[in-house]
Design a protein around this ligand. Structure first.
Ligand code: GDP
Length: 366
């Protein structure tokens, strides 16, 4: 039994626990090609079954790519770059070449310099120690940037299989659906969902007579804020349209709340304009710093929404960091939520974000 793995997704097969990964009825083991119940449902009924995978299961599955000779397409959400980056990818995919795709470019304001964004992605990938062949920006939802990507995939794969990898919620399913739609006209070939983790199991899509494109399970990165949100709140914080920058003129000792999910305190410096890039639906509240603690205690979950009741249960407490920003135009990035651009650096700020969620500082993207 130990040696048997599902031919669909590679998970180790078992016949004991119906709810756990790799379950297959004992009778199925007698067949020549054995797949787990989950892949069976997906294949025959196009139905996605929730199973209890843990993070290691996901990584183990992705690790199988190491033993293939293939092209790897890694998708990141440019709106949640740090949260959606798989830092161990090199180890997981071995020597296979990697194409890095930044998805959700439609969310950036139209005036954004795309080359600057590409250069930022290249530099960030290299800072993470990931060597990539090339970087592209796309919108899987709007179908932007696909001609170039398709051409490059064809040229680079050179009669090999293609594996598409990414964290949950980066838009991997939407990306693959878009590719399939463009080549075959079939819509929504694989399931899309607001909720992370619906793309379990390798889904195999023929590219030509001998090669396949594989949709791999979404890797769960615990620093993604999406894992701590109710379905309703996830809709609030997931931007759907081009983000409208919101500008706040702040004096020192003023505070901004992004719902009750994050907080920004302007501690020390001259009056200046801070530009907020968050989902247009996420409410931003300004208060005086001296009243901010009280305000949060009183209004978290009511005036400060999200979180709703369910998210409050899931969300780790907010933790504070204080820092002096470098002397240039800087972004403070709240992974998975958005960022605040500070036009003139050299100021002291504090920010609060749920424990475990990534916060980073970068040269301003826009
Ligand atoms: P997966 O978990 O990586 O397979 O991600 P999905 O394809 O299910 O997408 C996750 C969420 O991101 C869904 O709410 C999609 O509608 C959204 N999404 C996917 N691609 C894009 C895109 O190009 N632009 C925007 N704005 N949203 C996208």
């Amino acid at each position: 039994m130990d040696e048997l793995v599902c031919e669909g997704c590679g998970v180790q097969l078992q016949t004991e626990d119906k709810k756990a990964a790799g379950y297959t009825p004992a009778s199925a083991l007698e067949q020549e090609h054995v797949i787990c119940q989950r892949c069976f449902r997906l294949k025959h009924y196009n139905e996605v079954q929730d199973v209890d995978y843990d993070d290691d299961d996901y990584l183990r599955m992705i690790q199988q790519i190491r033993n293939t000779n293939s092209l790897v397409i890694k998708i990141v959400d440019i709106f949640d770059f740090d949260g959606s980056f798989i830092s161990s990818l090199h180890r997981l995919v071995g020597n296979n070449p990697i194409l890095l795709i930044g998805n959700k470019v439609d969310l950036l304001p139209k005036s954004t310099n795309k080359n600057k964004v590409i250069n930022w992605i290249k530099k960030s990938a290299s800072d993470y120690g990931l060597k990539v062949q090339d970087v592209f920006l796309v919108s899987a939802e709007a179908g932007v940037g696909f001609e170039e990507v398709e051409k490059t995939i064809e040229a680079m794969r050179d009669n090999r299989d293609v594996y598409v990898v990414g964290c949950t919620n980066v838009g991997k399913s939407t990306f693959i659906n878009r590719l399939i739609d463009r080549t075959s006209g079939v819509k929504d070939a694989i399931t899309t969902s607001y909720f992370p983790g619906t793309t379990l199991g390798f889904i195999q899509i023929p590219l030509d007579e001998s090669n396949f494109l594989y949709d791999t399970p979404g890797v769960v990165n615990r620093s993604q804020i999406v894992h701590y949100m109710s379905e309703k709140d996830l809709k609030y914080i997931t931007p759907k349209k081009e983000i409208k920058p919101r500008v706040y003129q702040l004096n020192a000792k003023q505070t901004l709340f992004m719902g009750g999910l994050a907080r920004f305190d302007y501690e020390k410096g001259e009056k200046q304009s801070f530009v907020c890039y968050f989902s247009n639906q996420l409410m931003i509240h300004r208060t005086k710093l001296e009243q901010a603690d009280e305000f949060y205690k009183k209004h978290n979950g009511s005036l400060l929404q999200p979180p709703d009741e369910k998210t409050i249960e899931l969300l780790p407490e907010l933790v504070k960091q204080t820092m002096k920003l470098p002397n240039r135009k800087t972004d403070i990035v709240f992974a998975g939520l958005g960022w605040i651009t500070v036009p003139q650096g050299g100021i002291t700020v504090s920010f609060y974000i749920p424990r475990g969620v990534h916060i980073s500082i970068r040269d301003a993207l826009i």
